[in-house]
Ligand binder design. Structure first.
Ligand code: DGL
Length: 260
């Protein structure tokens, strides 16, 4: 059945930056977005915990009739993408920090990567760097607290500004000419990150690449089609998530409460 929704999930509302790219490329598709806000942040949690969350959420989305699952979270991809693929007979499209395009773009061979601690310490990330940027100098910077501050306080809050001062400084000092936004929350603070780097630095994220990949997979399987409908659900407080959704995306919609 082509007219089934595409399930998208993240630890919170970072994956909405991916949903925006998905909707821009595939405006006729229906989407269910699940924010695991009760367990935000994933970035500082044990790998096994994130694996279990990813598998449960993917199963819940599949049960709702989703025809594909998009893991709109770098941290969940690193910990759980393989397990989710093994568990479901559906296309599972996951994302990871854009090291490959960054390595192609750099002129001075210095790459900066902003991501969660869990992503940066994962085996998958080490493999990504080894495969795609073996000759680059890769400066990694974890940003504990940033995803939560973006959601709770807002992208232009004092808390976010203070965290950005600390997290972006090492990349500016190292003169990285390409900076990878390796967490789906960080495009919400793209301007604040850019402002702290040289104006010639290029910032890369993966939203559009993921949207192209979803389009490719569903075209191959002749499963594109929908009515452009959206549904939101959370494991956290639906009212609070609804308010954040309105603030970040100007979308005013009821948010469902799911026990997953
Ligand atoms: N947005 C998520 C990512 O892409 C994780 C943020 C978090 O929960 O720590 O990595």
């Amino acid at each position: 059945m082509p007219h089934q929704p595409i399930g998208v999930f993240d630890s919170g509302l970072g994956g909405l930056t991916v949903l925006q790219s998905l909707r821009a490329r595939l405006p006729d598709e229906d989407f269910i977005y699940f924010a695991d806000t009760r367990h935000l942040p994933y970035g500082d949690k044990p790998e096994t915990f994130i694996q279990t969350r990813g598998q449960r959420i993917a199963a819940a989305l599949a049960k709702c009739g989703c025809k594909a699952i998009v893991v709109a979270c770098n941290t969940a991809t690193a910990a759980a993408a393989e397990n989710i693929r093994a568990q479901l007979a559906l296309p599972v499209i996951a994302l990871e920090p854009a090291i490959k395009p960054a390595a192609a773009l750099t002129r001075n061979g210095i790459l900066g990567v902003l991501a969660t601690t869990r992503t940066l310490t994962s085996r998958r990330f080490a493999q990504l760097v080894k495969s795609h940027a073996p000759n680059a100098k890769v400066i990694t910077q974890a940003c504990p607290g940033l995803a939560e501050a973006i959601e709770a306080e807002g992208p232009e809050s004092v808390a976010v500004e203070t965290l950005l001062d600390t997290c972006v400084r090492p990349l500016a000092d190292a003169r990285a000419d390409v900076v990878v936004l390796g967490c789906t929350h960080y495009p919400w603070v793209r301007a604040g990150i850019a402002q702290r780097l040289s104006p010639t630095t290029t910032l890369v994220d993966t939203g559009e690449a993921v949207a192209r990949q979803v389009e490719r997979r569903l075209t191959q399987e002749s499963r594109l089609g929908g009515h452009g409908r959206l549904r939101f659900a959370t494991s956290g407080d639906p009212l609070q998530v609804g308010a954040t959704l309105a603030r970040l995306c100007a979308i005013s919609m009821p948010v469902e409460s799911w026990t997953v």
